[in-house]
Design a protein. Structure first.
Length: 171
């Protein structure tokens, strides 16, 4: 029980230092939100971002309550996700890109500009269709059955047929 009324707000609960809001904490540990956005755009995880900034991952989770920090995080992740979707699409459909080939002929370096072709990749096609056309390309289909099944009579009929066939083979 608390015996010092000056330091207690309720019996048994000493008053401590007032809690800071997320905004106040961000002011004491300033963070460049453009840098946060860029780190997430490059695909860094919360743990990696926390390490770069020099804080604990729990701090990152608390900062997510701040609208500006959360917007920078989401904008960065959206850029990263868009890049992955674009790369997956290109692998699924196939693509070409310029390439320079280097040859050595009789000690002389020869550089030739070419176009490299990547054919469509079936695994990427599967991923794309399963995620973009999920209803049409599911591995597992759900089928709804109607009606009833009288399992007892089915078993009796089976046993009768089985005994009839045995009797027929004896004759």
């Amino acid at each position: 029980m608390c015996d010092k009324p000056i330091t207690c707000d309720k019996p048994g609960n000493p008053v401590g230092r007032p809690k800071k809001t997320v905004e106040e904490r961000l002011k004491t540990h300033p963070v460049d939100l453009n840098m946060v956005k860029a780190m997430y755009a490059f695909g860094l995880t919360d743990t990696q971002v926390a390490e770069v900034i020099g804080v604990n991952q729990d701090t990152i989770n608390r900062w997510k309550k701040d609208a500006e920090f959360l917007r920078a995080l989401k904008d960065g992740k959206e850029i990263s996700d868009d890049n992955v979707v674009k790369a997956l699409y290109l692998r699924a459909t196939g693509y070409d890109h310029p390439e320079e080939k280097v040859f050595i002929d009789k000690g002389k370096v020869i550089r030739v500009d070419t176009v490299k072709h990547y054919p469509p990749d079936s695994t990427s096609l599967i991923w794309w269709t399963k995620n973009r056309k999920a209803l049409d390309w599911k591995d597992k289909r759900e089928v709804e059955h109607s009606g009833s099944l009288d399992i007892v009579n089915l078993i009796k009929d089976y046993e009768e047929e089985k005994s009839d066939s045995r009797l027929g083979s004896v004759n």
